[in-house]
Ligand binder design. Structure first.
Ligand SMILES: Nc1ncnc2c1ncn2[C@@H]1O[C@H](COP(=O)(O)OP(=O)(O)OP(=O)(O)O)[C@@H](O)[C@H]1O
Ligand SMILES: [Mg+2]
Length: 256
């Protein structure tokens, strides 16, 4: 079975891309075959694995709109078992085109039909909006991972996200579920963090990952070198945290 996770939260800057890139790299380090799909026109996940987004001849746009096979578009990254379907600003074109198309929400899922068996994990980095690109990710996925910064406004907007997930479950994708809520930029010394964290546990129970991702400067620096945290500083607390997250996810999946 292939685990396909949409990494999503319509709030900006909560660590979606950092999580997509480094969880993908951690899973590939653990010898799983991983595909990272960049569904954000910002192209940050592509840049985060060292892909120069302005020089791309083929992107995920070609998979979505021009019937290119994913294996003709994806690129190998580091570690070797990691493949990436990159994106850049051109992807906004797909957002518009898919909105007009019949069954425009299912295009990514259909495009992955043959490719999915080549991977153990497919992670989809979503843009910070509940738009057609996010709907495609939610329709293609069998699980949702929600990175959250434990701040006062964090819970606001969560209802909208869960509403969208339920809507997609009810119509396009009955297999979908919220697999986990990930606490990012985590500071256990802050009272507010602890309060919001408790609220999350009350609401999501054991779907809140036990692993937390600390605020770690090395995680913020790595993308400016086009490197994952494992290439940039594998001893850092950020690297340890993403390895722990991968471990937690793998153990959970082995149990079910
Ligand atoms: N654990 C962390 N410690 C320190 N900095 C982090 C951490 N996680 C993310 N950052 C930094 O915070 C910023 C936002 O992170 P990221 O790009 O992953 O969020 P995002 O949710 O993908 O944002 P967007 O909504 O724009 O797509 C980036 O500059 C990133 O390097
Ligand atoms: Mg992002």
């Amino acid at each position: 079975m292939t685990y396909i996770y949409a990494i999503t939260n319509q709030k900006g800057g909560v660590g979606k891309t950092t999580t997509s890139v480094n969880l993908a790299a951690a899973l590939a380090t653990a010898n799983y075959r991983v595909l990272l799909i960049d569904m954000d026109p910002q192209g940050h996940a592509s840049m985060g694995v060292g892909i120069e987004k302005h020089r791309l001849t083929k992107t995920v746009l070609d998979v979505l709109l021009h019937e290119q096979k994913p294996n003709a578009v994806w690129r190998q990254a580091c570690p070797d078992l990691l493949r990436v379907l990159p994106a850049n600003g051109d992807l906004t074109e797909a957002e518009v085109a898919l909105t007009k198309r019949r069954a425009g929400e299912s295009v990514l899922r259909d495009a992955l039909d043959d490719a999915r068996n080549e991977f153990d994990y497919i992670l989809i980095d979503c843009p910070p909006t509940l738009n057609m690109l996010t709907l495609n990710a939610l329709t293609a996925a069998n699980g949702v991972i929600v990175p959250m910064q434990c701040e006062y406004y964090a819970l606001e907007g969560l209802a909208a996200l869960l509403g969208t997930v339920e809507q997609v479950m009810g119509s396009l994708n009955p297999d979908l579920s919220v697999v986990g809520v990930l606490r990012t930029l985590y500071d256990p010394r802050s009272n507010l963090t602890v309060q919001v964290s408790d609220q999350l546990k009350e609401y999501f129970g054991d779907r809140v990952f036990r692993t937390t991702i600390p605020r770690n400067i090395r995680l913020a620096e790595a993308p400016s070198y086009g490197k994952t945290i494992f290439q940039y500083d594998k001893q850092s607390r950020g690297a340890m945290a993403y390895l722990a997250l991968a471990g937690e996810l793998i153990r959970r999946n082995e149990m079910t």
